[in-house]
Design a protein around this ligand. Structure first.
Ligand code: ACO
Length: 392
């Protein structure tokens, strides 16, 4: 008897595991659509509040609906007192992504919900998470620097309020608008690793908080949302480098990756990177900072290296462009991935709700893929057990 041999699909590439009506990607054309709308249109005309509503509810809100939604988010920004007290005891070296991952279960404790919940409760929880993740991020940044967290400012919109709580100054309206656009561009992305993690966890009927905590963990990795920080670290390392092309050549020759390049789905260009590139150029031109120019030197050198090897599908991704953009906004390195998180939480929550409340046709199922067993095998009776003293 031999063990069963499965058809393998490493990393689940190209495997369809569920129906979803939330977002759509055409990787060949470089198109990303949320609920039918192209991200460029949303970035040009919408707001993050409106886009979050669109993702959660499936259609663009009326003026009254978006006002009501924004008000609910605004009213939910403040954190429970015990969460501030906990954060003040955490090691100041803790990474903000670890803090988010630790804090979300505390929000679940504060919520104290049971298991059987209806859709309205999930929507309310989603609003709470969208509202509170920026507050946690900003509060932690201040606490770790020995400062008191700043209370949310009700007069400020979502992105502006975050910058206020983080930096202690009311941001320039253009900066707040740029950050709001970044939040729109990162809000959803079909079954990426973090969204899949969220859906997989809640397929067990675990809570929305458990799903978002898992998603935060997945997003933190350097191949996913953690790449933006690594891109900025690379640019800082290159600040005084005379020969960027030689640096890139040496890095690739050592078999290392250039962070911010490549994508599992986009093979002709990431539309979010294209949008952010224009923003980066504008910010660079206005501020006189060199980060956009430097990023373009890295891009040119990296693409030339890839072209020389016949690799034409490894192109700059969203993280390559968001890093210099956030840096020029004064965002600390390790706060870049949390910003990704508190944008993507709108998508995660939408997917969690879709997973939990799928209609009869798309009936949700407990995710349960298979692995091909490549370990020790002595047949179905198993290997003969020997006591420790008899093992050689
Ligand atoms: N630098 C150098 N080489 C690369 C890079 C890169 N950034 N990306 C891919 N390659 C090379 C690989 O080494 C591999 O080469 P080989 O065929 O000679 O072995 C080939 O391209 C295919 O690489 P995979 O990792 O298999 O490609 P895939 O499309 O599966 O990976 C991924 C996508 C993981 C994003 C990869 O491009 C990568 O590691 N990029 C750097 C990290 C990064 O920027 N992540 C952010 C992604 S966007 C996001 O999550 C929001």
């Amino acid at each position: 008897m031999s063990k069963e041999v499965h058809v393998k699909n490493i990393g689940l590439r190209g495997v369809t595991v569920a129906d979803s009506a939330i977002s759509f990607i055409d990787g060949e054309q470089g198109v990303l659509i949320y609920r039918g709308y192209r991200i460029e249109d949303l970035a040009d005309h919408s707001t993050f509040m409106e886009t979050a509503y669109l993702l959660l509810h499936g259609s663009l809100p009326t003026r009254e609906e978006v006002a009501g939604f924004s008000e609910q988010v605004r009213a939910a920004r403040e954190l429970p007192d015990f969460l501030y007290a906990c954060m003040k005891r955490w090691p100041v070296t803790a990474h903000p992504m670890d803090v988010l991952q630790a804090a979300v279960p505390l929000l679940a404790m504060a919520d104290g919900q049971g298991e059987a919940l209806d859709r309205d409760r999930y929507l309310a929880n989603s609003i709470g998470l969208i509202a509170k993740l920026p507050t946690i991020t900003a509060a932690w940044h201040r606490i770790r620097h020995g400062q008191e967290p700043l209370a949310p400012d009700d007069s400020l919109d979502h992105a502006a309020n975050f910058l206020w709580m983080l930096q202690g100054e009311k941001p320039h309206p253009e900066t707040a608008h740029d950050l709001d656009v970044c939040l729109i561009l990162h809000a959803d992305h079909t079954f990426n690793a973090s969204t899949f993690a969220a859906r997989e966890v809640v397929s067990t009927r675990a809570s929305i908080y458990a799903g978002v905590t898992a998603a935060l963990g997945a997003l933190s990795g350097s191949l996913h949302g953690g790449a933006n920080t690594r891109v900025m670290q690379m640019l800082l390392e290159l600040e005084d480098e005379d020969d960027v092309a030689a640096w890139v050549h040496a890095r690739l020759a050592q078999g290392k990756k250039v962070m911010g390049f490549g994508h599992a789905i986009y093979k002709t260009g990431d539309p979010r990177a294209a949008y952010l590139k224009k923003m980066g150029k504008r910010l660079g031109d206005h501020s006189g900072q060199n980060w956009f120019t430097l990023s373009q030197q890295v891009e040119d050198a990296t693409l030339a290296e890839f072209r020389a090897k016949g690799k034409t599908t490894i192109l700059p991704n969203v993280d390559f462009m968001s890093a210099p953009v956030y840096h020029m906004m004064g965002i600390p390195l390790d706060v870049m991935t949390p910003i990704f998180a508190f944008s993507r939480v709108a998508g995660w929550c939408s997917h969690i709700i879709e997973e939990q409340f799928a209609d009869a046709q798309g009936k949700p199922a407990l995710y349960r893929p298979k692995a091909e067993y490549v370990g020790e095998y002595c047949g179905l009776m198993g290997c003969e057990y020997s006591p420790p003293e008899e093992r050689g």
